[in-house]
Design a protein around this ligand. Structure first.
Ligand SMILES: *Cc1c(COP(=O)(O)O)cnc(C)c1O
Length: 487
């Protein structure tokens, strides 16, 4: 499998290369040169596999430059039983006859990002060691990405993590998860400022090509294709679990329309940067019969707007709201370029021309493709408000006793609203409610369950973070001191 750039100016590269580099050198995103397809026989043969076994089958289609035996070891370590709270890694739990929750938050930081990051935490040290290299991961987090990265890379040889977080802006659990780590290779830097200030510092250092090269600066943000391909696995897994109890012929074309409609499976995805759902899109393009991919946004609904109107218009920072589902508060969707490139098929030039309007005019008009979003790609979209999510959390608790976090509540709100969709809907649980206790308390009041003893213990651990002014100079000095330049 070779990887190319959405913008067409990169020599085809292997998986291990694109794993370590962020953006393609032409400023585009890397995409597989072709999407592998899975026959229904193949898919059915996967039905009996465990989650790690399924991950080996799927990831090996993309990571073709890593020998199978090595990849097996990497993946078995990433998804070993001691790292996930549920024995099946990703439990699929019925709320009622129509809706199930896909438990993606059983990992060490209680959010879906663990599933991709645990894979990177094994595969990146492997590739670095093969190449005799080290890497200093520099990132900014508003909570979930940073903690998932730190738990994936803690104690790893040849990798250090420098994670900027806004002082005093994360939830108590997010802060405790990150700041309680005392591994030597993990550096928590609490910046005087907000998340945008943190991101700007990362950008500033990344634009300093000399510093970047001298200090081997890398990233594990949501555009990393290694993350995307690890996320494909749970779409297959969830679809297989949702159809386990269906008679085999209900999935075939020979049955009646009503029977067929009842056997359809759609997947609802609380979305921000279009990373999670892009993996679902790839799964569908690989041949997984997902009926509808339901993209749910919060009040920052730039993606909902795009799929409804065909016009993609990223917001300014001032027009990006702080919401109760903070991990979805985005102004632009970093991964959307990959999807838009696909709309253009063999017309590489057409894509480049169209996409360049984004820089020139601040928006891009893709209305010519509007009808394909549902017909060809099965994507429908909607958004929720804070009140919707609080109401969904309360109602769900009252009817099924299940508590969902505000991000998952966004997906659940949209899934319930669209009762015109036939068959079952799987809502991806992107985080555990304990991470966002304030909103849960707003919804449940006195009925909010007490924290588990494990989480109480986590909150009581000593926390260490280096306080830093919003200063590129200070950050350079800190990194230079703690990550000596490579020979
Ligand atoms: C990152 C995140 C999202 C958004 O995922 P994208 O891949 O950016 O679309 C949603 N919910 C939670 C809890 C997250 O951490």
């Amino acid at each position: 499998m070779k990887y190319v750039s959405t913008r067409g100016q990169m020599a085809p590269a292997g998986f291990s290369d694109v794993l370590l580099d962020g953006l393609a050198p032409d400023g585009g995103l890397v995409i597989p040169a072709e999407i592998p397809t899975i026959s229904s026989e193949q898919r059915e043969a996967w039905r009996t596999l465990s989650y790690p076994e399924l991950a080996i089958e799927i990831i090996s289609l993309y990571a073709t430059d890593i020998p199978r035996a090595d990849l097996e070891q990497i993946i078995r370590a990433a998804y070993s039983a001691d790292r996930f709270a549920a024995p099946e890694t990703v439990p699929v739990k019925k709320l009622d006859e129509r809706i199930s929750i896909v438990g993606l938050s059983e990992g060490p930081t209680m959010a879906f990002k663990d599933l991709a990051m645990q894979f990177l935490g094994e595969v990146m040290p492997y590739v670095l060691q093969q190449r005799g290299r080290t890497l200093n991961i520099l990132g900014a987090t508003s909570g979930d990405t940073g903690s998932a990265a730190e738990y994936a890379f803690r104690g790893k040889p040849n990798i250090s993590v420098f994670m900027l977080s806004p002082q005093g802006r994360m939830s108590a659990i997010q802060r405790a998860q990150m700041y309680s780590l005392d591994d030597e290779n993990i550096h928590n830097i609490a910046v005087e400022g907000n998340f945008d200030d943190c991101q700007n510092l990362v950008k500033e250092l990344n634009n300093d090509a000399v510093f970047k090269a001298n200090h081997s600066i890398g990233a594990v943000n949501s555009i990393n294709f290694g993350r995307i391909c690890a996320q494909i696995v749970y779409y297959f897994w969830a679809w297989l679990r949702a159809t386990d109890s269906l008679p085999a012929d209900a999935r075939e074309a020979t049955v009646t329309t009503a029977e067929r409609e009842a056997s359809l499976v759609s997947i609802a995805v609380p979305s921000g940067n279009f990373g999670n759902i892009f993996a679902g899109h790839l799964a569908r393009q690989m041949g997984l019969p997902i009926h509808r991919l339901i993209l749910a946004t919060n009040e920052n609904n730039v993606l909902d707007e795009f799929f409804r109107t065909g016009i993609y218009a990223p917001r300014s920072r001032e027009n990006t709201l702080v919401t109760s589902s903070p991990s979805m508060d985005i102004s632009k969707a970093s991964n959307l370029e990959r999807f838009v490139r696909e709309l253009f098929g063999t017309d590489a030039e057409g894509f480049v021309q169209s996409w360049s309007k984004l820089d020139e005019d601040g928006s891009v008009d893709l209305t010519a493709h509007l009808s394909r979003f549902v017909e060809e790609y099965g994507i429908i979209t909607d958004s929720s408000t804070h009140e919707d999510r609080v109401e969904t959390i309360r109602t769900e608790f009252e009817t099924s006793g299940v508590i969902v976090d505000p991000h998952t509540a966004d997906g659940l709100t949209v899934a319930r609203r669209h009762n015109e969709i036939h068959g079952r809907i799987l809502v991806l649980e992107t985080a555990k409610p304990e991470k966002f206790g304030e909103t849960i308390e707003e919804a449940l009041g006195e009925k909010t369950p007490a924290l588990t003893p494990e989480l109480e213990a986590l909150l009581a651990l000593p926390q260490h973070a280096v306080d830093m002014a919003d200063s590129g100079e200070e950050l350079r000095n800190y990194i230079a001191e703690h990550a000596p330049a490579q020979a």
